[in-house]
Design a protein around this ligand. Sequence first.
Ligand code: GLV
Length: 390
Amino acid sequence: RQRCSFFFGSGHQDNSFPLRYLFGPGPSNVPPRILAAGSRPIIGHLHPEMYEIMNDIKRGIQYVFQTENNMTLAMSGSGHAAMECAVFNMVEPGESVLIAINGIWGERVAEIAERIGANVHRLVKSPGGYFTNKEIEQAVEKHKPVLFFLTHGESSAGLCHPVDGIGDICRKHNCLFLVDTVASLGAAPIFMDKQNIDILYSGSQKALNAPPGTAPISFNDRACHKMFNRKTKPVSYLFDMAHLSNYWGCDGKPAREYHHTGPVSGFFTLRESLAILAEKGLEESWKKHKEVSAYLYRGLEDLGLKLFIPERDLRLPSVTTIAIPAGYNWRELLTYIMKHHHMEMTGGLGPSIGMVMRIGLMGYNCEKTNADMALHALADALKSCKKSKP
Ligand code: GLV
């Protein structure tokens, strides 16, 4: 009898999936406590216990985002789901939006906004570039957007963009401030309320160390006011905040209605990861990422490598970008490291492809011993991968 190749053809049965050091920009390795949370028996997505789990997640996100926003929840989906949720709900066709692009994430948001018929204005720098508050204010004055988007942790370039003062500029010009903190949450300080960020989102699989598939997001009152007084319905039913706010018990209604089936195990793991970060404390986590990344920078420079972001204060502590060393093929280096050290590091992404190699040491992975292993693997690859002829 023929066997079903879907189940049996991959060669990866039972526990033959490899253990890897996930030292790229995510997903990162998941600590045993979070893995254990994910193996709990499934309960229904509308059971009262599940609502308690969701309430805990909401409180956890409020802490890690440093916000008191009631409209705080987790998307069923990756950071991208939160990105689309933010744009779909905040922007209506024909409205003007301003997108800061200095890597892949701004490019993506611009495309998403264009797909829903927004009038998209791009503020562009090459990967790793950053925008002064003056440049941002001038562009906001010129384009009069309803929304300004900025990436806090630009993982494709390894840049952690300053945020202070930008929320005030947006308020002054009656514009909402949307920030992507997928790659930086837990690794670098962000204060949603204090920094006047109107919409903030992140992902589960980076410094939070949960499996990919859930994405924290929060909206303040200004954002809610615009979002719930739209002329048109958002293009997506799944990401419609009118429904999601009810599913997450944020709309003040006594009953939660069925909207979609949330990722039950994903919510168990997200709750655990938020609990771990809360127990550790944000300050401690930020400090650790700063220390370990500084240690990694020294080691990389000792190997003769050049960091892609020259300004130390602007480097993203969770994802370090290295300029590709002259005479090497970056794909060969990364393949060698995977083959001989079972370690994932990655190349660039979007506009930074061919410019950088990236090492991510996030959350649970953020340890000097792991930095040592990454440096050892890189040193070995540099020695072993033949330099290509110029
Ligand atoms: C994904 O988030 C990446 O930066 O590669």
